[in-house]
Write a protein that binds this ligand. Structure first.
Ligand code: MLT
Ligand code: ZN
Length: 460
């Protein structure tokens, strides 16, 4: 153990400190698997005081800290590849309180999203932000990226549900932000500055989340579509005829991977595009509306085929076709894009990008899917066999540059929900002006004057 680490262990005797090579490897990386993890050690605080102690120690020794939740991130935000101390919140994973009048849960940052959702359910309420990594990701990580997921069209992003945050900033100070208030017009809302800041402004040590009533019973419908142009037309018909909680799409290439990974084929025939939509189906009228939507879309030639779930098991099987995509692609180590557009700009943007991909990547397997109902497209590029990591990434970076140019033209964003981290750092300028980035740097300097909090992520 190095001298500074021995000092940390002596100062905070209850802190769990891990230095075994397998732990450094496990806690030093996220789902990107692109950088070799080389953390100094992994610290697992159990209390807020220990977190403050870690920050003070880091200030004294000039050691960088990488906050760590479930490490399901896809942008390298939780990677420790430069001798940093990983601060894992694995031990700080408790529910601290429930307030039935405020309808809030107060939790520690390391709680898994699924455990938080289960805690809300025990009180007859829901925490509605949801996505496939729910079992492994933590609320602290969700806050760091302002995570979105599959029900944003109904419930919004993580930001909408955080009513209070406690944060240890880069000076070791504890800030208690917004304290559960619904209305608070008293100057800058620092809580919202922290949400989406990717661990660069402070370490979240406690969060209060708002809960809501469970939705009415729902059904899931899967459509097969003959053409890209039909996607937003079907969305329009669904939005007018149904009360939607999700509207997701994927292509035949995504279906190919998810079927190869064990999912069940939904239709006999093949179509180039698919949509999974979830909608309220509490009454016969709402169920009849779903059939009417299908008939209208089929009549217009916008869908080839469709199926409506008849049971929870069937709904789960249809969801699996969409939610299983990331896992089915993971063994191929795809290059990921996670972009955001106004939904009105999607058709024109998709056409332009499809042409660019055909021109630039004729040999690549380009897998489109995502939360098209809220303007968030995931474009994963699967490496062709035989191409080495370096050449593959260089080629992908070139196309991300072209993607950034088109996003700039359409006023979109290079990251919708995964964050910038290390992966999209070179492309931040396609979404944020130089003046904005300079202001962000200035804000970081105030909250983290020594630059010890997740340095090198988001920007340099
Ligand atoms: C998803 O929505 O499944 C993930 O955010 C997308 C991805 O893995 O690229
Ligand atoms: Zn997503």
């Amino acid at each position: 153990m190095t001298a500074p680490l021995a000092e940390l262990a002596a100062q905070l005797p209850h802190l769990a400190l891990k230095t075994a090579p397998a732990d450094l490897e496990y806690y030093g990386r996220d789902w990107t698997r692109r950088w070799a993890p080389t953390p100094l050690a992994v610290a697992m605080p159990g209390t807020v005081d220990e977190v403050r102690g870690i920050v003070r120690w880091a200030l004294l020794h000039g050691i960088a800290l990488v906050p760590s939740g479930g490490r399901t991130g896809l942008s390298g935000g939780a990677v420790a590849a430069n001798g940093e101390l990983v601060v894992s919140f694995e031990r700080m994973n408790r529910v601290l309180g429930f307030d039935p009048v405020d309808r809030t849960l107060t939790v520690e940052p390391g709680i898994a999203l699924e455990a938080l959702q289960a805690a809300a359910k025990q009180h007859g309420l829901i925490y509605p932000v949801d996505f496939a990594a729910r079992g492994s990701c933590s609320i602290g990580g969700n806050i760091a990226t302002n995570a979105g997921g599959i029900r944003v069209i109904r419930y919004g992003n993580t930001r909408e549900w955080i009513v209070g945050l406690k944060l240890v900033d880069g000076r070791g100070d504890l800030l208690d932000l917004n304290r559960g208030l619904i209305k608070n017009s008293s100057g800058y809302d620092l809580r919202h500055l922290v949400i989406g800041s990717e661990g660069t402004l402070g370490l979240v040590v406690e969060a209060s989340v708002r809960l809501t009533d469970p939705p009415p019973p729902s059904n899931v419908m899967l459509f097969a579509l003959p053409a890209m142009d039909a996607l937003m037309k079907v969305f329009d018909v669904c939005r007018r005829g149904l009360t939607l909680s999700a509207f997701e799409f994927f292509t035949d290439r995504a279906l190919h991977h998810v079927l190869a990974h064990g999912a069940q084929r939904p239709f006999e025939g093949d179509s180039p595009y698919y949509v999974v939509t979830e909608f309220d189906a509490a009454s016969e009228a709402q169920q009849a509306a779903a059939l009417a939507v299908f008939e209208e879309c089929a009549g217009q030639g916008w869908v080839d085929d469709g199926v409506i779930s008849q049971s929870e098991a069937q709904a789960a099987a249809l969801w699996r076709l969409r939610e299983g995509i990331t896992e089915s692609l993971a063994p191929h180590k795809p290059y990921k894009n996670d972009i955001s557009l106004r939904i009105s700009a999607i058709p024109a943007f998709m056409h332009e990008m499809a042409a660019i991909f055909t021109r630039e990547y004729p040999q690549f397997d380009v897998v489109w899917f995502g939360h098209i109902g809220d303007g968030n497209l995931h474009i994963n590029i699967v490496r062709p066999p035989g191409l080495d990591d370096e050449s593959f990434i260089a080629q992908c970076e070139h196309v991300t540059h072209l993607l950034g140019e088109r996003l700039q033209h359409f006023g979109g964003s290079i990251s919708a929900e995964h964050g910038i981290g290390l992966v999209k750092k070179p492309h931040l300028g396609s979404t944020r002006s130089a003046a904005e980035i300079e202001l962000m740097r200035g804000i970081k300097r105030v909250l983290d004057p020594a630059g010890i909090l997740n340095p090198g992520k988001l920007f340099d």
